[in-house]
Design a protein around this ligand. Structure first.
Ligand SMILES: [Zn+2]
Ligand SMILES: [Zn+2]
Length: 368
């Protein structure tokens, strides 16, 4: 049995499609026949060479994917929740594996520094070759979280669950959203749009979304944002802070979520919070981007600042269950863009890159 992989030779280089023999999974592994993958903002960061790839070059990119169980290793009979797994079952899974034995893991912090270690030193030449999402097959390694997908959720919605949606659910859980909270969301990209729906279902009262692109703000309103602030209409930070104060009766927001990926918005977010407000930072993932903040504003009006990366084992099954119940209440289909076969992965990246630079949100879908 042969399977295809898309091979990356470096930033912006054309992908090469190769075929490799598909080996049986090891005793504690699961072989997954991938059905769908998607292109995320962080895949674009790697493709542009702004962040390091998940493996060495030549490697197999992509981390958002879903598929069906093709073969179970001899010791594997269940998903991570202990539910029976058999060949043909649809599965969703994490793309990283926390080591379980570093200080981050031992103290219950996500973002284990070793979580990509099982594949980061490999190239596509190393068996089992199928190391990423843009391929016909993928091997779930020992301890890699895997969950049955409920019937009724289409693959298009499942493929990106292991990234944006899980990140948002975990981050909002960590910062806490309570009944009636006013939530400001800085940035209406994939994370920001998902955050509107999740914060709403967690009990948020008023949701205010800030972005510079009118189409994104329109999408934010379609997802239920009560108010939007267009950066181009209010170019001064003080005016935007004043607008949030005005929308909150002079008090300020309970929660502010940074998913803009722009370091300069941090001080603005702190200023938009009420005394005792909570600031969640998830967007600034590119190293070295600096910003000036006024620590006094977080100390004398005690505010909590929290950076969150990655997520915990409970998140994916909750995300799937929530999505099943929420999918008819929010226009999730508007987050999905064109579908591309694996052979057209170059087109998918070029179009996704163009869309991202034009400020559009939708994710390119790769059919496998
Ligand atoms: Zn992603
Ligand atoms: Zn660890």
């Amino acid at each position: 049995m042969l399977g295809r992989v898309a091979v990356s030779h470096g930033p912006r280089k054309p992908f090469e499609i190769r075929e490799y023999a598909v080996a049986d999974p090891g005793p504690d592994e699961i072989l997954v026949k991938l059905t769908l993958a998607s292109v995320c903002g962080s895949d674009l960061h790697m493709w542009r060479g702004e962040t390091p790839p998940l493996q060495k070059y030549p490697g197999v990119p992509g981390h958002e994917m879903t598929g069906v169980v093709a073969a179970l290793g001899r010791n594997r009979r269940t998903d991570t929740l202990g539910r029976p797994l058999k060949e043909g079952d649809r599965v969703a899974f994490a793309y990283f594996i926390p080591c379980g034995s570093c200080w981050a893991c031992l103290t219950g912090t996500t973002g284990c520094p070793n979580r990509y270690k099982s594949r980061s030193s490999l190239t596509v030449d190393d068996p089992p070759h199928f190391h990423g999402a843009y391929a016909d097959y993928y091997y779930l390694l020992p301890r890699q979280w895997v969950y049955l997908v409920p019937d009724g959720l289409p693959d298009d919605l499942v493929a990106p669950v292991n990234c944006a949606l899980s990140q948002v659910i975990y981050g909002l859980n960590r910062i806490g959203v309570w009944l009636g909270d006013t939530v400001v969301i800085q940035g209406a990209g994939g994370l920001g749009i998902n955050a509107i729906a999740v914060a709403r279902d967690m009990g948020a009262g008023r949701i205010i979304v800030i972005d510079a692109v009118p189409e994104r703000l329109e999408l934010a309103r379609a997802f239920g944002a009560d108010a939007t602030i267009n950066l181009r209409e209010l170019p001064e930070r003080a005016d935007r802070v004043a607008r949030v104060k005005e929308l909150t009766g002079g008090v300020g927001a309970d929660v502010c979520v940074e998913v803009a990926g722009v370091s300069s918005v941090v001080q603005e977010g702190i200023e938009m919070l009420r005394v005792g407000g909570r600031y969640l930072m998830m967007g600034n993932i590119v190293p070295g981007a600096t910003a000036e903040i006024v620590p006094h504003d977080a100390v004398r009006q005690p505010k909590s600042l929290l950076g969150v990366l990655s997520y915990d084992a409970w998140v994916i099954p909750r995300a799937l269950d929530w999505l099943l119940r929420a999918r008819d209440r929010y226009p999730f289909d508007r987050l999905l863009a064109a579908r591309f076969p694996l052979e057209h992965l170059d087109d998918a990246f070029q179009q996704a890159d163009w869309a991202a630079r034009a400020g559009q949100v939708p994710r390119a879908i790769i059919t496998l």
